[in-house]
Design a protein around this ligand. Structure first.
Ligand code: AMP
Ligand code: GLY
Length: 419
């Protein structure tokens, strides 16, 4: 069987690598992918994620059994609808089902309608009304652009002034374009954040190990928000009872709600949760796998990934098994300056072997040579599995200290909260 993965980051590297390791998979193509992936035998297809008809033509011409869609913007653009209309199978939600991610207001409406615990909120397109709401609620308070904004459309405001300024930037200064033409303003939730993922087909779902991301750029959760600088799974201090409660009060009702709305969900559901004093509550839903969470969750899968996804696509019960060993932890290496301006073209260290995996995100071969160069904000990620968080950290940070990382940076405290 031949498979196609759409996307180009570390998440897609992890998905494609795991698929290629599955039995009965002869080739995995990634569109457009990045050059680092070729070191794992993945085949790049030079077609962008928004070129749906070119991707469909490629899938037909190459006998692709099914396609795994990585990024949210492709899902929001209806790539799954287009594949299905062409008679092709794709693992990911339709545009209507992915609205859980691409409109925060829609997600809120669904949560309220189906009783899913989340922060109290108001949605506004009028600045004066937003301002009045913020002043009435007081701070801390959270202001979010309604649409997709590459993870940057959220302001956790400590003062009323900051919140009003954020609403002004989104509603009047068009800082996020159409994505910020409406804002969701919500109650600040206090507690530990974690991510819960499920593979889903309709009202059937299969829960993955819990994960914790590190979204801020610098140590101690300081600096600007990024796509994610490192993660580990499972979260050792999170009791099973919290996972069970999240499944019962969040995952089940939202998926049943989506069925009832005529928008059955297929693909990966990603619930960003906060464990508050009143139990787990939803910060956001994403309609896809997380990056970097995928890179630390998938190495724990011990069953046949391609078979699992084939089964879920066919509405069969998949046999998913996971390693029992300790924890899987990964540290992202990014270009100095990320998430703001950064240089490209820094030569990267050699790919690791043995029990440390290298996943590539922004990586590109030099024009006349074999050297791999940095070509993006997040560049690569080292991932390992060990008995404890401390042992995993020691392995990764030892390896990173041996690598030449001039022009690059990484956080030194991934997983430290769990120690
Ligand atoms: P999001 O892009 O929705 O994941 O939000 C980015 C970050 O903002 C989250 O990872 C949280 O740390 C924080 N955040 C979002 N919503 C809330 C909330 N209601 N209360 C507290 N923190 C929040
Ligand atoms: N790790 C955060 C995200 O994928 O949105």
């Amino acid at each position: 069987m031949k498979l196609l993965v759409v996307g180009s980051g570390g998440r897609e590297h992890a998905i494609a690598k795991k698929l290629l390791e599955s039995s009965g998979v002869e080739a995995v193509y990634v569109a457009p992918g990045n050059d680092g992936m070729t070191l794992d035998g993945l085949q790049l297809v030079p077609i962008g994620i928004s070129e749906h008809s070119a991707l469909i033509d490629f899938a037909k011409a190459n006998d692709i059994a099914w396609t795994f869609i990585g990024p949210d913007d492709a899902l929001a653009a209806g790539i799954v609808d287009d594949f299905n209309a062409a008679g092709l199978k794709a693992f990911g939600p339709t545009k209507a089902a992915a609205e859980l991610e691409w409109s925060k207001d829609f997600a809120k409406e669904i949560m309220v309608k189906y009783g899913v615990p989340t922060a109290a909120y108001g949605t506004f397109s009028d600045f004066e009304k937003a301002k009045a709401y913020i002043e009435a609620q007081g701070a801390p308070i959270v202001v979010k652009a309604d649409g997709l904004a590459l993870g940057k459309g959220v302001v956790v405001a400590e003062t009323v002034e900051q919140a009003v300024e954020a609403a002004h930037e989104m509603l009047l200064d068009n800082k996020f374009g159409d994505s910020g033409a409406r804002v969701v303003i919500e109650e600040f939730l206090d507690g530990e954040e974690f991510s819960l993922f499920a593979f889903v087909n309709g009202d059937k779902f299969y829960i993955l190990p819990t994960a914790q991301d590190h979204k801020r750029a610098y140590d101690g959760d300081k600096g600007p928000n990024t796509g994610g600088m490192g993660a580990y799974a499972p979260v050792p201090h999170l009791p099973q009872s919290v996972v069970d409660r999240s499944v019962e009060t969040i995952v089940k009702p939202v998926l049943e709600g989506m069925m009832a709305e005529g928008r059955p969900y297929l693909g990966v559901l990603y619930a960003g949760l906060i464990l508050t004093a009143d139990g787990p509550k939803v910060i956001e839903f994403n309609s896809r796998f997380g990056d970097p969470e995928t890179q630390i969750i998938l190495p724990r899968l011990t069953s046949d990934f391609a078979q699992n996804i084939s089964d879920i696509l066919d509405g069969k019960e998949p046999t998913l098994t996971w390693t029992e060993q300790g924890v899987t932890l990964g540290v992202v290496v990014a270009s100095e300056g990320y998430p703001l301006a950064y240089e490209k073209g820094v030569e990267l260290p050699e790919k690791t072997s043995g029990d440390i995996i290298t996943y590539y995100a922004g990586a590109k071969f030099a024009e006349n040579g074999k050297a791999l160069l940095s070509n993006g904000g997040r560049v690569y990620m080292l991932v390992t599995t060990a008995d404890t968080v401390k042992a995993a950290q020691d392995k990764i940070y030892q390896k990173l200290s041996e690598q030449a990382t001039q022009g690059l940076f990484y956080r030194k405290d991934i997983g430290t909260k769990a120690l």
